[in-house]
Design a protein around this ligand. Sequence first.
Ligand code: SF4
Ligand code: SF4
Length: 301
Amino acid sequence: MSRGLVFDVQRYAVHDGPGIRTLVFLKGCPLRCAWCCNPESQQARPEPMRRPALCAACRTCASACPAGAGKRDGRGGPVLDRERCAACADFACVQACPHDAISRVGREADAGELLFEIEQDRDFYRNSGGGATFSGGEPFFQPEFLGELLAGCRSRGIHAAVETCGHARTDILLALEPSIDLFLFDLKVLDAQAHCRLTGQDNGLILDNFHRLASRCPDKVTARLTVIPGVSDSEENVSAFAGLLHETGLETVELLAYHPLGLGKWDGLDREPLLRPEPGLAASSLAEVKLRLTRQGISCR
Ligand code: SF4
Ligand code: SF4
């Protein structure tokens, strides 16, 4: 069985697909969303992440690094130079911390091991109509590993969903489609230039993949819109999104509200998000987007 890079497994999840589910988060993503709430999912390699609330700024981690990745930021706090981090075998920085304030994000996992873990909740899936959801990062970023996990679910009779940003090779997407029961297709910004500026990638491939899946297997596709105040909630973006759904014949969307829980993670990764949306606006922004879409004939969940 092949091995892949995973950064989390959550059991008893109820928001990403029907019923009770096990979520498997694969590490690595082609997008760099300016507001990402899981920035630790982006790099396709293991990395250390501090928990700022526990960190005493003692710099023991920085001093322990064999790659010399320790450096000071402008405030004198402990910062690891991510360019120099070699993801050393024993994660010396993690071992050295006296406050348990830094951990390794990302582990190699065997597809068989994960399938065994997924299988443990088979009774819950059966009784709730649930299954497994492969998320990320971007799960199609590790196509062979994902393919093996999907095939394993199929052979075990476990419902399999994939949460995707859609930026994936079309041939791979279509080749794996028969093993996927549900695509949770996350869209953000429809304007090509804005998409490029805010995620680091053009959205041409994403929209093309969305159209293809919506025409090939509409019953398997759930469109999702991440509602980010000041970014994806504009009248133009919401209208363009409604237009896209009408074009593809999908009349329902799941709205995902922005939450600020990822901001501490950016600090812990010694990175600064390109955007810090105003969390206080998330609820009103969501309500406004829902109203606009409903007026345009789109049903919102
Ligand atoms: S994982 Fe290893 S190389 Fe990377 S910062 Fe920590 S000690 Fe240094
Ligand atoms: S992460 Fe741990 S070792 Fe590093 S500065 Fe913070 S408390 Fe000290």
